[in-house]
Design a binder for this molecule. Structure first.
Ligand code: ADP
Ligand code: ZN
Ligand code: ZN
Length: 743
């Protein structure tokens, strides 16, 4: 014992944000070791190549795996305390192994951007204004000739505990006026940490409703198991009161001093969602999402880390939020694709959250109206406990789904007669229609009538989308934008026409059909600005009758109580997808959109326009519902040896050169395949469906196996081989474990 205390570990193993699947050894100078207790999770500056880098200590060690003479000393210690707790370090190490991703990149991903850049883990400080005794005693009237100073002093006089700079700017008071008052000795300023300002605290304003029997038994089951690891799938139709169930479970845990992480999809974090949480708890709630500044994110991270924030609501990136008293993780809309990171470190937030909860021995709650096949399979196999809510809360009726056969019909602007009549009726009842089309822009294609030329992206193998309002041609794959053309670049004809339709076109056509009705479009283009969605939501709630037209953005997180009719313009989209997940996604999307109809007290109606009304999938979904559809789908996956029954890894390679990526994967297969276990099924290399994207030619290999062990062994060999073989080349590669995209 004595010995180890006197001679600290001479080496540290450091993770660096570089694309190498290894840790780097550094020597700890004796003097530094005697002055500081080095711990895993602290940041250090270390020499790397010709420069120096910020890294994170992963382990202390008595020996080095490297040639000891070559191990360099670390340059400096960056922290007095670890910025990554042992718990999160364990999660990062597990994730690096599971996803075959460089450990340094995983650890840096887990940190807020400002900490990656070397900032201290400290709250932003803010100026607070206080009166001096003279300032408090001064009569406001004596400042008559300086009205701005007068207003400023008056505000501060009324707040004996001081006013923050933030509060002053909300009140529209000028800093310059404050400074003048300070010079006169009437005010003083103090720097205070953001943390102590207490601006995040919320106050319960809403009394929880009495739960219906289904909700009550789900809540009871969750409460009984709230102190140990276990995954529950809260599978309830839209409006069945899932959120209500977890709000009530959360209340118990908050009373017990626990922190709760609530994960929501990328665009599901609406002001409505936040308000609902705020109105229910007397506690600190923090948000964590991509629309926040780096500074705001660090402050939220710190509030979670010091235990102040009891509720953390965040998107995918909050998987790694530190929380010393974490008591439960809730994943709302668990089927949502935004939980999977599609580039770089390709983790799935749901799967990592489950691992994290297991390490901490705390429960996980997955909620969805359309659970992923993965989660349903786990529920069917009794690995997850399956809590079903099949009635709508508050006695609202479940919507009726009706197929509208488009074959041989004359359509007006893409709408069948049946749909138009239903829309008219709905609007006459002073209710709202939701039109769903999952394609933004005006039209997906621009073509020349004379020569057949099609506007295509220069960098991708796709057509450019026409955006009339912005007067642009836009590539939705690489973001290339060009001015909209009016003459053909091939034959100079001016007879250019659009093919197909997007939300922007439907919007303008509806404006022609329903002249006096407010028409609101909700898609990525109409909601680009920060407050646009909140503004649109407000408008929708203000009107009686209205038509909402939108993409999948309309299907998530919003409650529009006056929508009673949903029209799905193209129910066939996705029916014949090349991806084996196409059906699952289509069914989820249709069911989610359909769920928007008839919340609250009004019955809802859903019309699905289709050219394949007898297609078994559409028929099953309409008549039997999502659960039945999904169970059939799972049986098919099983018979075809597809996930979730088989595990899958996709290896991708891309290069600016047409052949390089494909050749590299071919060589890899030739050199390694004989080392894989026989049960590993290898397909490829094959070209991606969109071969060229952003100028890169893309090839992939698919690996499947029934057992994870065999698959991981093969994947480890592949990632080592590729890391080595691409060192000096322009080819980039990626390993995608449990991929959601397979082409
Ligand atoms: P979900 O999350 O399943 O879509 P919510 O929890 O949002 O469902 O509930 C749908 C609506 O019903 C909300 O307006 C909610 O306030 C209300 N609600 C939920 N449970 C009850 C209940 N037990 N009694 C009355 N209203 C309820
Ligand atoms: Zn032409
Ligand atoms: Zn492009």
């Amino acid at each position: 014992m004595q010995e180890t205390l006197l001679t600290p570990h001479p080496y540290i193993k450091v993770a660096l944000p570089v694309p190498m699947r290894t840790l780097f050894d550094y020597r700890v100078p004796k003097a530094l070791a005697l002055r500081h207790a080095l711990k895993p999770g602290m940041r250090v500056k270390v020499p790397f190549g010709k420069s120096s880098r910020l890294g994170v200590i992963v382990a202390l060690s008595d020996i080095s795996d490297w040639d000891e003479a070559q191990v360099k000393p670390l340059t400096s210690l960056h922290d007095e305390e670890a910025v990554i707790s042992p718990e999160l370090m364990q999660l990062c190490e597990w994730a690096a192994r599971y996803y075959h991703h460089p450990i340094g990149d995983v650890i840096f991903h887990a940190l807020p951007v400002l900490l990656r850049k070397g900032e201290s883990p400290e709250f932003r400080t803010e100026n607070w204004w206080f009166t001096t005794p003279e300032g408090q005693a001064l009569s406001i009237d004596s400042l008559k000739r300086a009205p701005r100073q007068q207003d400023f002093l008056k505000a501060v006089q009324q707040h004996p505990n001081g006013l923050s700079q933030h509060a002053m700017s909300v009140l529209d008071l000028a800093v310059s006026a404050g400074k003048s008052l300070e010079q006169k000795g009437l005010l003083r300023r103090e720097q205070r940490s953001f943390n102590k300002s207490g601006e995040k605290h919320t106050h319960q304003t809403q009394v929880p409703p009495i739960l219906n029997p289904e909700q009550a038994s789900a809540t009871q089951a969750l409460l009984e198991r709230r102190h140990e690891f276990g995954v529950s799938l809260l599978d309830g139709i839209t409006g069945s009161g899932k959120t209500e169930v977890f709000l009530q479970v959360m209340a118990h845990l908050i009373d017990e001093g626990k922190q709760i992480l609530v994960m929501v999809p990328e665009i599901g974090l609406t002001p409505q969602t936040l308000k609902r949480f705020e109105s229910r708890f007397n506690t600190d709630i923090v948000l964590m999402h991509s629309n926040m500044t780096d500074r705001e994110r660090l402050d939220a991270w710190l509030l979670a880390q010091n235990g102040h924030a009891k509720v953390i609501i965040g998107t995918r990136s909050s998987t790694f939020i530190p929380a010393p008293n974490l008591g439960m993780i809730i994943i709302d809309e668990e089927h949502d694709n935004s939980y999977k990171q599609h580039e770089g470190f390709r983790y799935h937030a749901r799967d990592l959250a489950i691992k994290r909860a297991q390490n901490l021995n705390i429960p996980v709650l997955l909620a969805s109206a359309t659970p992923s096949y993965e989660s349903l399979a786990n529920a069917l196999q009794k690995r997850f406990s399956w809590l079903k809510l099949r009635k709508r809360a508050g006695n609202a009726n479940v919507s009726k789904m009706e197929r509208v056969d488009l074959r041989g019909q004359s359509l007006i602007n893409g709408f069948s007669e049946r749909a138009l009549i239903a829309m008219k009726d709905c609007l006459e009842r002073k209710e709202q229609v939701l039109v769903f089309l999952n394609r933004r822009g005006y039209a997906p294609t621009l073509m020349c009538h004379q020569c057949g030329w099609i506007a295509a992206c220069d960098h991708c193998d796709v057509n450019l989308t026409v955006h009339k309002r912005a007067n642009k041609l836009h590539c939705h794959h690489c973001d290339t934008q060009k001015a909209l053309l009016h003459t053909c670049p091939e034959c100079a004809s001016d007879e250019l026409f659009t093919v197909g339709e997007g939300t922007e076109q439907i919007e303008s056509q509806l404006q022609g059909l329903f002249k006096d009705t407010p028409i609101l479009r909700v898609d990525r283009d109409s909601t680009q600005r920060k407050s646009a969605m909140a503004h649109l939501t407000q408008q929708i709630l203000q009107h009686d009758q209205a038509i909402l037209i939108g993409t999948q953005m309309l299907a998530k997180g919003h409650h529009f109580p006056n929508v009673t009719l949903v029209i799905i313009m193209d129910a066939d989209a996705g029916l014949f997808s090349a991806d084996f997940r196409g059906m699952e996604r289509t069914a989820q999307l249709i069911t989610q959109v359909a769920g928007r109809a008839g919340r609250a007290k009004k019955p809802g109606h859903v019309l699905l326009q289709t050219y394949h009304p007898d297609h078994q999938a559409i028929e099953c979904l309409c008549n039997l519902g999502y659960e039945h559809f999904a169970i059939d789908g799972l049986a098919e996956r099983k018979s075809l040896a597809l996930p979730p029954f088989y595990h899958q890894v996709i290896v991708r390679a891309e290069s600016g050169n047409e052949q390089e990526a494909m050749q590299l994967l071919q060589t890899m297969r030739l050199e390694l395949e004989h080392q894989f276990a026989p049960e590993v099924l290898l397909v490829g290399p094959y070209s991606a469906i969109i071969v060229r994207k952003a100028g890169q030619h893309r090839a992939l290999v698919s690996l499947k196996a029934h057992h994870r062990g065999a698959l991981h062994h093969a994947t480890a060999l592949i990632s080592q081989w590729l890391e080595h073989s691409t060192k000096q080349s322009r080819i980039r590669f990626a390993i995608d474990v449990d991929p959601l995209e397979t082409y």
